[in-house]
Design a protein around this ligand. Structure first.
Ligand SMILES: Nc1nc2c(c(=O)[nH]1)N[C@H]1C(S)=C(S)[C@@H](COP(=O)(O)O)O[C@H]1N2
Ligand SMILES: [Mo]
Length: 372
């Protein structure tokens, strides 16, 4: 069980003004890579380019010996091996996953943690058993309110030794919209070690922290779960003593394939005068994406981009595109998404202490060369 060897309640740290990325953060960033933004071109993120976020170590795990236990407030506790799980009716869903910390490194003051710019996103086809199938077999007690999911990885967070563990409300866990999956395959192949081999949770539309990897246990409870990753981390707080709101569904975001070519080291893009095709992806876990707008004057004026037709993949990003007549000089391009419920992306940073869900519009500096 979770044991405290330090201060359970100590809040995360904010970087001092001007403080750079520290060695602890570099160590995190070196193991957890993002999506190279040019890979926004692909409907499905190619193998190895999907972002990664691993809090502790990748645990030793063998599919042949893996067991998922289901217990707590259920009539019929279960122990299921992978052969049994694979024998149940499977579902495949295309899902865009994004880390709740995406955008954190741009915040001011900057919460000290995995320093993502905007690249903590990827889209994959996940195959597995609907969670509701397994829970129906376990027969939840009438007083069950949450399902708690435990991964096989283990570590210390701010002085507290623990397993990676998160919960979902029971109506979501037993419902079919979204269809929560116990997934064992990614893009038609067994999950690779870094993405949760041999079994993980997929919660379409929710930020990454809910998609528990290396899933070994599901426990139904009659009280809400209050462990570290649920009640201390992953809450929108304005101050250390603010109880905050839980981080759940993905806020809308649009990103651009960087146009032209890079000026090595500076983050400027370089293009030549004339028609430049601008394209990218947009997604929201709150409601379907309804509109994408592009600005070529740093956010002063906006015009609507073309959006790919709805293709039945509700939980996956959509492609957008437009074209721009580039003229010599410096330009700042920007893009923003709005979903069907009217949620859009802010022009000023939506700050919170954990640095979650910073969907500030992306700005891309472009230098257009003189003709010839
Ligand atoms: N067991 C376990 N599950 C986990 C994590 C983890 O560290 N341990 N990280 C979570 C977070 S914060 C994210 S963003 C996603 C990342 O999934 P991916 O690495 O497959 O992209 O996994 C989630 N599931
Ligand atoms: Mo994450």
């Amino acid at each position: 069980m979770d044991a405290s060897i330090g201060d359970f309640s100590s809040p995360g740290r904010l970087a001092a003004p001007g403080e750079g990325i520290g060695l602890d953060e570099l160590a995190l960033a070196a193991r957890n890579h993002g999506l190279p933004l040019e890979a926004l071109r692909y409907d499905l993120t190619p193998d190895g380019l999907h972002y990664l976020l691993i809090h502790y170590d990748i645990p030793a795990a063998s599919a042949d010996e893996w067991e998922l236990t289901v217990g707590g407030r259920v009539r019929t506790p279960l122990t299921l091996d992978m052969r049994r799980l694979r024998s149940l009716a499977a579902v495949t869903q295309r899902v865009t996953m994004e880390c709740a910390g995406n955008g954190r490194a741009r915040l001011e003051p900057r919460p000290v943690s995995q320093p993502w710019l905007v690249e903590a996103v990827g889209t994959a086809e996940w195959t597995g058993v609907p969670l509701r199938t397994v829970l129906a077999e376990a027969e939840p007690d009438t007083d069950a309110v949450e399902a708690v999911f435990t991964g096989a990885d283990h570590g210390v967070e701010r002085g507290v030794e623990q397993d990676y563990r998160r919960s979902l409300p029971l109506p979501l866990a037993t419902g079919d919209d979204p269809e929560v999956l116990l997934a064992y395959a990614m893009n038609g192949r067994p999950l690779p070690p870094q993405h949760g081999h041999p079994l993980r949770l997929i919660v379409p539309g929710w930020y990454g922290m809910a998609h528990v990897k290396w899933l070994r246990d599901i426990t139904l409870t009659d009280t809400p779960y209050t462990g570290f990753q649920q009640a201390t981390a992953y809450r929108y707080r304005q101050s250390a003593d603010d109880p905050g709101e839980p981080v759940t569904k993905i806020a809308p975001r649009a990103l651009m394939v960087p146009p032209g070519f890079p000026d090595f080291m500076s983050r400027n893009r370089v293009v030549r005068p004339g028609e430049v095709r601008l394209e990218g992806r947009a997604w929201s876990g709150r409601a379907p994406v309804a509109r994408v707008e592009v600005s070529t004057d740093g956010g002063g004026s906006w015009s609507e981009a073309g959006l790919s037709p709805e293709d039945g993949h509700r939980w996956a990003w959509r492609r957008w595109q437009t074209s721009w007549a580039a003229t010599p000089g410096s330009h700042v391009l920007a893009v923003r998404a709005t979903d069907a419920d009217g949620h859009t992306q802010p022009l000023t940073q939506p700050w919170n202490r954990g640095g979650f869900a910073n969907n500030l519009v992306q700005r891309v500096r472009v230098l257009c060369l003189e003709d010839g």
